[in-house]
Design a protein around this ligand. Structure first.
Ligand code: DQA
Length: 152
């Protein structure tokens, strides 16, 4: 089982960027956290970050046939990107949307999520643990799906 974990714009600045909202831990801390969690679950993962919408679209497209699921924090593109939504729909891989902050408790525009329309779940407001929740959800989903396939 292999999960692609994608992070959108400005998440490379974690630790520096609005620490009262996003915390003091850095992007490198996040990568370590995700690698440790996936290792503990025995799940393979690849973790990437880009500030560019088209790069995120390319990575989603390329995931087809290489990854079993996608964890995605589209950051600001959450609220604007039909291209990312369409890419997720095109590959049709199980996907989970993640936000460090509680987007529903912030400015009203952050409550709108295009990417979320193509995701099985949204994990938000729990800092790094939002990612943990999303990974656990997808692993459970994939296991249940595979078991279903075997017994049918
Ligand atoms: C974010 C929330 C978005 O609204 C914001 O644009 C981000 C980060 C989060 O993880 O809380 O860049 O996705």
């Amino acid at each position: 089982m292999k999960i692609l974990i994608l992070n959108g714009p400005n998440l490379n600045l974690l630790g520096v960027r609005e620490p009262d909202i996003y915390g003091k831990r850095t992007y490198a801390d996040l990568v370590r956290f995700l690698e440790n969690h996936c290792r503990q679950l025995g799940v393979g993962c690849e973790i990437r970050q880009s500030n560019h919408e088209g790069v995120l679209v390319d990575w989603i497209q390329e995931a087809l046939g290489k990854f079993d699921a996608i964890v995605l924090n589209p950051a600001a593109y959450t609220h604007t990107s039909v291209a990312i939504l369409d890419a997720l729909k095109a590959v049709s891989l199980p996907a989970a949307e993640v936000h460090l902050s509680d987007v529903d408790a912030r400015e009203p525009f952050r409550a709108v999520s295009y990417a979320g329309l193509a995701c099985l779940t949204t994990c938000k407001g729990r800092g790094f643990d939002s990612y943990r929740e999303a990974i656990d959800f997808l692993v459970e989903y994939l296991n249940a799906h595979r078991e279903g396939e075997e017994t049918c």
